[in-house]
Design a protein around this ligand. Structure first.
Ligand SMILES: Nc1nc2c(ncn2[C@@H]2O[C@H](COP(=O)(O)OP(=O)(O)OP(=O)(O)O)[C@@H](O)[C@H]2O)c(=O)[nH]1
Ligand SMILES: [K+]
Ligand SMILES: [Mg+2]
Length: 439
């Protein structure tokens, strides 16, 4: 006899954020959900109907709340589920959570556990779960749009289509192999080659937009660089609208890289304030300068600041798209070669600079594909590698058909890993660690 699976816990968690609020939503899912609702509300309402109920525990009234019940098979998790839309005060939420925790078979959910159950029940697939995690975490407009596309299956649909074509390609190759010594009815090589070429081209196109998509998800890095006292930290504070970095008239004030996260024209941006670039005998400042160079090199965009009479741009750090900014435009001094002029002290030109940064990043963001995670990119790169190997073996003719078929199988497998149809367990913990409680 197969071992009997242990009875599944019924899980509950607040689905809305902590703190004072008009309404808090608490979600409950699992086999004991109906019994729990019956005990709290005194009856079992019809599914998918919002009903007002007095919720009590041991004769004590806890809240008057809206309750919605979802039956197994017609809920997000696939299980019996109900939601309480109660009053949002922290004490009310605590009282409801305590009451739920005291009921038999109920326990607090782990982060992401509702979504995990939805995935296990086949209500959503791995890529949709990832999109959902991104949507819950989305802080800017570009992230919201991208996550919503992921959640609605943008990459999943494409990958499923590629997989189908590659399975056909492999079936064709294997059919020829089965005819080994007989007359092959038709030459299938042109169709197989065409299938491989078209899928390869589409994967290559998706991969070309991966870097931009990953940036939209994780944020673009923009580094402020320049000589000491160019006004980098003062500009950072002006852009962040808060005192994020120390500023002073002493050259070499900033040492560590200071990061400020912000929403710039709908795009997620991490601004980096860095140590002023110069030769220095001070070992700690020298470490700061080395760090500044490293981070500036890795950043998506560099803003080089030059104050009147200040040092010009270093030839080795700047790239064609970077911005040259003349700083402290309120001060007299010989004009320097620059894309624009700003004064962080008066605020002059700061908005123009923000717009220029936004334009440059928006141009890059426009090239984004639906390959939003490193996991997706690696799976597609692997698939593409096996596809080009398959194409090479196919070109060798009949004696290499079995190797070509094997390479086609491996590329299909890479797509299945992407889709979460194989090997999903391995990535689940990473994905669900990102979720907040109650999702
Ligand atoms: N007049 C004027 N002074 C400025 C402006 N921006 C910064 N300053 C002054 O210039 C000095 C240096 O500014 P910081 O922001 O510390 O310069 P920094 O580039 O971060 O310097 P390090 O961290 O030492 O590399 C401070 O005294 C600022 O008040 C500006 O737009 N106009
Ligand atoms: K300074
Ligand atoms: Mg500074």
């Amino acid at each position: 006899m197969p071992p009997v699976p242990p009875p599944r816990d019924t899980i509950f968690a607040p689905a809305t954020g902590r703190g004072r609020a008009a309404i808090a939503v608490i979600r409950v899912s699992g086999p004991a959900a109906d019994a729990a609702l019956l005990s709290l509300a005194g009856d079992l309402p019809e599914p998918r109907r919002a009903v007002l109920r007095d919720l009590s525990c041991g004769g004590e009234l806890l809240d008057q709340a809206l309750v919605i019940r979802f039956a197994a098979g017609a809920s997000f998790t696939g299980e019996d589920t109900f939601e309480i839309q109660g009053h949002g005060g922290p004490a009310t939420v605590s009282a409801l959570l305590n009451a739920l925790g005291a009921l038999p078979g109920l326990r607090l959910a782990e982060p992401g556990e509702f979504t995990r159950r939805a995935l296990e029940a086949g209500r959503i697939d791995l890529l949709e779960a990832e999109g959902l995690a991104d949507l819950v975490g989305a802080e800017t407009e570009a992230q919201r749009r991208q996550a919503l596309r992921s959640m609605r299956g943008a990459l999943g649909d494409a990958a499923a289509g590629w997989r189908k074509r590659l399975i056909r390609a492999r079936a064709l190759v294997e059919a020829v192999m089965d005819f080994a010594d007989e007359e092959v009815p038709t030459d299938v090589t042109p169709e197989v080659s065409a299938l491989i070429a078209s899928v390869s081209a589409e994967i290559a196109e998706a991969l070309a937009g991966a870097a931009a998509a990953e940036r939209i998800r994780d944020g673009f890095e923009v580094a402020l660089i320049g000589a000491p006292n160019a006004g980098k930290s003062t500009l950072l504070n002006a852009l962040a609208r808060r005192d994020a970095a120390l500023t002073s008239e002493i050259a070499g004030t900033t040492r560590d890289v200071i990061e400020v996260h912000m929403d710039l024209a709908g795009l997620p941006v991490t601004l980096l304030d860095t140590a002023g670039l110069r030769e220095t005998q001070d070992p700690v400042e020298a470490m700061g300068v080395a760090r500044a160079r490293r981070r500036a090199e890795d950043a998506d965009l560099r803003i080089f600041l030059q104050a009147p009479g200040g040092e010009g741009p270093p030839g080795d750090l700047l790239q064609p798209d970077d911005l040259l900014v003349a700083s402290k435009s309120d001060l007299p001094g010989a004009p320097v070669r620059a894309d624009l002029r700003i004064s962080a002290a008066t605020g002059d030109g700061v908005e123009v600079l923000t717009a220029a940064i936004g334009d440059r990043l928006a141009e890059r963001a426009a090239g984004a594909s639906s390959v939003v995670r490193a996991r997706h990119r690696r799976a597609l790169e692997e698939g593409a590698t096996h596809l080009s190997a398959a194409a090479r073996w196919l070109a060798r003719g009949e004696e290499a058909l079995d190797v070509a078929a094997e390479e086609l199988r491996l590329s299909t497998r890479a797509l299945e890993i992407l889709l979460g149809r194989v090997d999903a367990e391995r990535v689940l913990d990473d994905i669900f660690a990102e979720f907040c409680l109650g999702k």
